[in-house]
Design a protein around this ligand. Sequence first.
Ligand code: IMP
Length: 198
Amino acid sequence: MMMNKIVMATNNANKLREVREILSPIGIEVISLAEAGICCDPDETGTSFHENSEIKADAVYNAYALKNHSNIEVIADDSGLCVDALGGRPGVYSARYATKGQECAKLLDEMKDVPDEQRTARFICDITYINVYGSDFHFEGVCEGSIGHEERGENGFGYDPVFMYGDRTMAEMTSEEKNKISHRAKALDGLYKFLKEG
Ligand code: IMP
């Protein structure tokens, strides 16, 4: 089993939880920013998931090095929901689309006149991994689905209650089910294969 110890560059407790659920069974220990003793919240000024995840990972790698005079492996997740009928919005602005907790209601309202066959959407996740030598590697995962007509389910976070995967929303899945098919799980599978190859 691998024994990597990686800091995750996020202040989002749900992302941290999901990444831990996926990586700890395969021997990768994920440390929070608090556990690493770092405070870091850089502006996401990029125009793509790729750019924004790299901004977050680089900021933490550099903050850790400055504080500890040593280096540590880092991962960052930038992700979001791209809705075809909205020309790909909210996309990289998913976290800033609405007041927290109101994103599903706002999206359903914007989509109220969109017919079923035009409600296709996908979650996209870009994971940046930085090794101890400071080299960046990217892994992308995509999960195809559609936008439902109402909020359903209590699990997950963000847009999960309106994101249909088959005949259920992601919020109606257990975390074990979501972690088998999610954009995040697919991106992390790429990272796992990369680390395993050494
Ligand atoms: P960021 O990557 O910090 O810019 O934030 C991504 C935003 O996209 C989150 O705040 C959520 O609103 C949304 N998002 C990303 N992944 C998921 C997911 O797995 N389920 C539901 N919403 C998600």
